[in-house]
Design a binder for this molecule. Sequence first.
Ligand code: APR
Length: 283
Amino acid sequence: MRTVGSVTTVPFDDATVRSARRLFDGAERVLVLTGAGVSAESGVPTFRGAGGLWREYRAEELATPEAFARDPRLVWEWYGWRREVVRRCEPNAAHLALAAFAAGRAGVEIVTQNVDGLHARAAHATAAEAAGRRGGRTPGGARRALPIELHGSLFRARCTGCGRTFEHDEPVDARSRERLPACARCGALLRPAVVWFGESLDPALLGAAFDAAARADVCLVVGTSAVVQPAASIATAAHASGARIVEVNPEPTPLTPIATVSLRAAAASAVPAIVGQHENPSP
Ligand code: APR
């Protein structure tokens, strides 16, 4: 265990697990903020790490309104490929542990920057498993496991004409502009319902995330480089309101200096250890 300043940056060991778990045991409200790293062990590429998407593609050529206006076919081709990649992935032990944690007790809010839908799939899997145990009735807690998806979802589309947003999961034929997905209601081109560089986040989602930050006793930050705003400020807002920060990341980040515990670990092993079996009877 190494203490640098006030931060205990530790390898992932039993003592660390116990100290992190004690923070969650004593917390009435827990905010969980995740980034691409929570899905890395599911096989979903991160953005900035080794093999990350932004190492292979230029963000401004694919994930901006200007790129879409310039070449919607190329942008849909990339998002269609990302959908195919994610379709072949499953929620990992970190997603499932977080879903069980949120469903099993009151006061947990999951906020994610990810658009891969894996937290939602973990929430549905947890609900189905709980319903199986309870003879088919889905417990209310399962809804708590659904995340706030700050940056939208690969599996939703928005109409560039009438603005309607809806689930959209069919394969995209990007061979020509004419074949791109169009709105059944107004005929305008559809776009991926994700937040692009230079776009604002949904103020209602952002407000809910910062409200959760203001109330949190503990903020668990998993798998984010904490360099993209405003998402990165959610953890610092929680800290400013008195929350203890627990970070899970193989690398240090700008949040490490304010973390009470910063685990140099991968999410799929560390997260189940520190939030697993916390379930208490949900009210
Ligand atoms: N477990 C935990 N963390 C991991 C793992 C793992 N197995 N593998 C990698 N990481 C960490 C990396 O060390 C890095 O700090 O996950 C982080 C991923 O950082 P980014 O690739 O920058 O992803 P993220 O922080 O989610 O990016 C934020 O930027 O490009 C935009 O909209 C995009 O939502 C994204 C936002």
